[in-house]
Design a protein around this ligand. Structure first.
Ligand code: ADP
Ligand code: MG
Length: 351
């Protein structure tokens, strides 16, 4: 196991800079998820850590030692890809043992490690099959097994679940998490899926256009997003965001007054802001901000309402059910303490 540090990491492909100085440290045994929209540089950062991509600037340290010049095979890292990358002509057993055989491990050790990994991943019964005889989820488990047998200092995952259907993704998510709880190997996991990040991570690193927007535990990011980008990226359905101005201890937007947490924006009368409120932090009430119902979507336990307030559509999610119908007028109660206010220009959170 090992810690990992990025120090002012930069990456350019030719003249195009894609990573603009990234700094953070992953603690020994931690499960860190890099999340962000497609193209923001997640894979590039991971591949630099793996030694598969040259580092244009800065340093990467594993266990306190700079590894910039160290070859991939000497970094003691195992990577699991979206594509699995299994050898089609080899059995599961041979696929899993391949890297150990390459390192000239003796047959007994290899056999022992493969058996142990197979047991952990419930692959015992499949060891003599070929990849074509496996389901997508089973192939993904073999790819993880191949990483486990190497007993590396760090596991790297790059969108390992993207090729699986939704149900299997949820199951594999839990399996990877359970695996980490058991092995406690330092893990860096890349995904564009914020739900995967929220459910799996000890800490999340939110990336955007080659920079880090915010680092924190899932609930820190959800409860106190540091800027508008993180606010809208984390959480599903997304946070509602209204353009407004601070006025008399509230935000004026869409012809209504929206409550803000005590002290927020004090002394900034008239400042332009983005006002954020999560769909679950508004409720239907007998009085409050009037809204017109556009769509009612019951999902059983919850109901999602699409509402029109002053020409903008907002989403509200409530427990249980409602009698409200399209075109009804309803009233919104907004929890002041749950509102998020961001500067209208910089998008930074106001506290
Ligand atoms: P992500 O994994 O977050 O989707 P990537 O790390 O793959 O993003 O890519 C980050 C940026 O670098 C993108 O703009 C992408 O087009 C660019 N890029 C990635 N690989 C190369 C390459 N080999 N040559 C040139 N540009 C690349
Ligand atoms: Mg990628």
């Amino acid at each position: 196991m090992a810690s990992v540090s990025f120090r002012d990491i930069q990456k350019a492909y030719g003249k195009v800079k894609v990573i603009h100085g990234i700094d953070f440290t992953i603690a020994d045994g931690e499960f860190v998820v890099l999340v962000g929209p497609s193209g923001c540089g997640k894979s590039t950062l991971l591949r630099m850590l793996a030694g598969l991509e040259e580092i244009s600037g800065g340093e990467i340290l594993i266990d306190g030692k700079v590894v910039n010049e160290l070859e991939s095979k000497d970094r003691d890292i195992a990577m699991v890809f979206q594509s699995y990358a299994l050898y089609p002509h080899m059995t599961v057993r041979d696929n899993m043992g391949f890297s150990l055989r390459l390192r000239k491990a003796d047959a007994a050790t290899t056999g022992e490690r493969v058996d142990r990994a197979a047991k952990i991943l419930n692959l015992d019964a499949l060891l003599d099959r070929f990849p074509r005889e496996l389901s997508g989820g089973q192939r993904q488990r073999v790819a993880m097994g191949r990483a486990i047998v190497r007993d590396p200092k760090v596991f790297l995952f790059d969108e390992p679940l993207s090729n699986l259907d939704a149900k299997l993704r949820v199951a594999m998510r839990a399996e990877i998490k359970a695996l980490h709880q058991r092995l406690k190997t330092t893990t860096v996991y890349v995904t564009h899926d914020q739900i995967e990040a929220m459910t799996m991570a000890d800490r999340i690193v939110v990336m955007h256009d080659g920079i880090v927007e915010q680092i924190g535990t899932p609930l820190e990011l959800f409860d106190r997003p540091g800027n508008l980008f993180v606010a809208q990226f984390i959480g599903s359905p997304s946070m509602n965001v209204l353009q407004g101005t601070l006025s008399g201890g509230a935000v004026e937007a869409l012809g209504a007054r929206w409550p803000v947490p005590p002290g927020v924006g004090k002394g900034s009368e008239g400042q332009a802001v983005h006002y954020g409120i999560r769909p679950t932090d508004m409720a239907l009430a007998d009085s409050g901000i009037p809204a017109r119902v556009v769509v009612v979507e019951p999902t059983g336990a919850e109901t999602e309402l699409l509402l029109d307030v002053g020409g903008q559509q907002l989403v509200l999610v409530m427990h249980g059910r409602t009698e409200a119908q399209p075109d009804d007028t309803v009233y919104l109660a907004v929890e002041a303490a749950k509102a998020h206010v961001f500067d209208g220009t910089s998008g930074q959170r106001l506290t």
